[in-house]
Design a protein around this ligand. Structure first.
Ligand code: GLA
Length: 388
């Protein structure tokens, strides 16, 4: 487990001075997948795993940053804060360049800074390690420069950083959670109004377990952008029958049933997923609020089937992980989580079955793939903050 004092020591080693420490969490989404950029609902939890940014101000307008996970050289990467933009660049510092550029563009007066980044959010696991970097670094830069912070605005700036600098035309879920996560709760986020409702987790009965397949297929980002434009095409075509809709969120299931047949098959499958997933998310929250974990779990399985068959963003390793979980005792539900094409599944498991679940999943997944998975029993954490 990383701690603020460990990061302070690393910062002193690299930059030779004292610092302030800021953190932002990774997230796991319980249900509501690929709905955020369709103005729908999502239901993520902020994780206790987080990204740390240790930071100290500079007077010369330079950002110098170094990462425990990514830097291959001992020297920090260096750039001018008001000329940080080199979009599409491959180095890891694109996340820092991105958020700095977007905040400067939003008229914030930012000072230069030395930044050291360390994280225990698993990378490539679909748990939003990059949103956590963008948000923690953005928060650090604003705090060092004594600028006012509105957390929703910070989330929006971090989303633009991801879109422009990392090339994924993502929705708002990951950056929003990194900013506004509430410990002990899942957040039902309305991705249209950007408001949320905090829903307590039923931790006495069951735990959320993340199973990392340890694979990440290359096509993830490209296919993500294709899905997003397929949804937009769905809206364009459906609006011929349903004037006034601006996103798939606006399409009621009953109306959709009338017009689905008019869509080309691929677009129809994409719309099937999004429209039913938004309805499932609303139903799942109601189930969670009345502690009906059986219904919640059934909706998780249905979500996975829809992501696999209609949205086509799963992969053999994710399907296998869900299949293994389905056969284990005490499992209410399991599904892929995040963008897909690798990464993790999320599972709702009765507390008394946890040890057997962990042992069985690890053993069977290794047996079938030759890959040793990582499992995390999820501890929920809060959003971005300064660590004292
Ligand atoms: C990625 C994106 C999110 C969201 C999920 C899928 O994590 O960054 O905005 O679209 O995929 O639900």
């Amino acid at each position: 487990m990383l701690s603020a004092s460990m990061i302070r020591e690393s910062f002193a080693d690299v930059f030779g001075r004292a610092c302030r420490v800021f953190t932002a969490p990774g997230r796991v989404n319980l249900i509501g997948e690929h709905t955020d950029y369709n103005d729908g609902y999502v239901l993520p939890i902020a994780l206790s795993q987080k990204t740390f940014v240790a930071a100290a101000p500079r007077e010369d307008g330079l950002i110098r940053c170094w990462s425990k996970q990514y830097s291959r050289l001992p020297e920090p990467i260096e750039f001018k804060i008001d000329a940080a933009s080199r979009a599409g660049e491959a180095d890891w510092a694109k996340h820092i360049r991105g958020i700095a550029t977007c905040l400067v563009r939003d008229q914030f007066k930012l000072q230069g800074a030395d930044l050291l980044i360390d994280s225990d959010v698993p990378i490539g696991a679909g748990l939003s390690s990059s949103a956590a970097i963008e948000v923690a670094a953005g928060f650090a830069l604003l705090k060092l420069s004594d600028q006012p912070i509105d957390l929703v605005d910070l989330a929006l700036a971090a989303q633009r950083a991801e879109q422009e600098f990392a090339g994924t035309n993502c929705g708002i879920m990951d950056q929003y959670m990194a900013c506004l996560g509430v410990a002990g709760h899942a957040l039902l986020i309305d991705c249209r109004s950007l408001e949320y409702r905090a829903v307590p987790l039923a931790t006495e009965e069951a735990s959320v377990v993340i199973c990392n397949t340890m694979v990440q297929h290359e096509l993830a980002s490209g296919e993500y952008n294709v899905r997003r434009s397929e949804c937009e095409e769905g809206v364009r075509r459906l609006s011929a029958h349903l004037p006034g809709i601006v996103a798939l969120r606006d399409v009621e299931l009953e109306d959709y049933d009338h017009f689905a047949g008019s869509l080309p098959p691929v677009i129809q499958r994409r719309c099937n997923h999004v429209i039913t997933e938004i309805a499932r998310t609303v139903e799942a929250v109601e189930a969670l609020e009345r502690h009906d974990l059986e219904t919640f779990g059934r909706l998780m399985y249905a979500s996975h089937d829809s992501l696999r068959n209609d949205y086509e963003v799963s992969c053999p390793e994710l399907d296998l992980m869900v299949e293994i979980a389905t056969g284990c005792e005490g499992v209410y539900g399991a599904r892929m989580t995040g963008g897909g094409f690798g990464g993790s599944t999320v599972n709702l498991v009765a507390n008394q079955s946890l040890p057997a679940f962990q042992a069985t999943v690890s053993e069977r997944y290794l047996e079938r793939t030759g890959i040793r998975p990582e499992l995390y029993v999820c501890q929920s954490g809060g959003g971005v903050r300064e660590e004292h």
